[in-house]
Ligand binder design. Structure first.
Ligand code: PGA
Length: 252
């Protein structure tokens, strides 16, 4: 399984900033990346083309989108479809990021629809799950992760569409953008729970599904995080916006 090092740029960087950062990353990482690592950049929609140009033909680099609407085309003002993303050079997309779940009130049902639709269209989907601080304090981590995974992954439609690729990102909500990293034992425990659910849900494919950790990943904690059982990559927000820090993470 390849280790996926993903940069979630969220609502940051203009086209020229995005293309400059992507070019710097290519300059710093091309030829320096361990063979089993893949760098994925998830810029805002407006910068997809700029980043696609900067990483074109560079091995080990991929492009993805932070979101989409699950329909082919139509009267959905403000939205972008998976076909449009594929056309823009994307191979990956996120579903269920905690900012979408919380700021934009995305339900488990909508996340499930996005996940299966994206897979059916040929995107490698990264399903994001994770508990809030309140849920952790009330010992509900397992229950929350099970609910989020089962609602998105249970069912024949998903089983039939898995060939295009699926990853899960465990991102405790309280560790996103806060500088607070989950303790190694919390990460180990949560990733083991995710692995167990995946094995139960995805007949035969649960073991091959990558599980990323996300939440205040930085150059100084990356090697410890990547050393934890069942951590197959990372999803990085804040520390991915500067080429120097993200390339240190990608090499770390
Ligand atoms: P962060 O964000 O690295 O800034 O905590 C992670 C994410 O939201 O994917």
């Amino acid at each position: 399984m390849r280790t996926l090092i993903a940069a979630n740029w969220k609502m940051h960087l203009t086209r020229s900033q995005a293309s400059g950062t992507a070019k710097e990353l290519v300059g710093q990482l091309e030829g320096n990346l361990p063979a089993d690592r893949e760098v994925l950049i998830l810029p805002p929609f407006t910068s997809l083309e700029a980043v696609s140009g900067a990483i074109a033909g560079k091995s080990g680099f991929s492009l993805g989108a932070q979101d989409f609407y699950p329909a082919e085309e139509g009267a959905y003002t403000g939205e972008v479809s998976p076909s449009m993303l594929l056309d823009a050079g994307c191979g990956y997309a996120l579903a269920g990021h905690s900012e979408r779940r919380h700021f934009f009130r995305e339900s488990d049902e909508l996340v499930a629809e996005k996940l299966v639709y994206g897979l059916e269209k040929g995107l490698h989907m990264i399903l994001c799950v994770g508990e809030t601080l309140e849920e952790r304090k009330s010992n509900a981590v397992k229950e929350v992760l099970s609910r989020q995974l089962r609602s998105a992954l249970d069912g024949e439609r998903v089983q039939n569409a898995l060939a295009t690729g699926l990853s899960v990102a465990y991102e405790p909500v309280w560790a996103i953008g806060t500088g607070e990293v989950a303790r190694p034992e919390d990460i180990r425990e949560a990733h083991a729970m995710v692995r167990q659910e995946l094995t139960a849900l995805l007949s035969g494919k649960g073991e091959q599904t990558g599980i990323l950790y996300g939440g205040s990943v930085k150059p100084d904690n990356i090697s410890q995080i990547l050393g934890i059982d069942n951590v197959n990559g990372v999803l990085v927000g804040g520390a991915s916006l500067k080429a120097d820090s993200f390339s240190a993470i990608a090499r770390g």
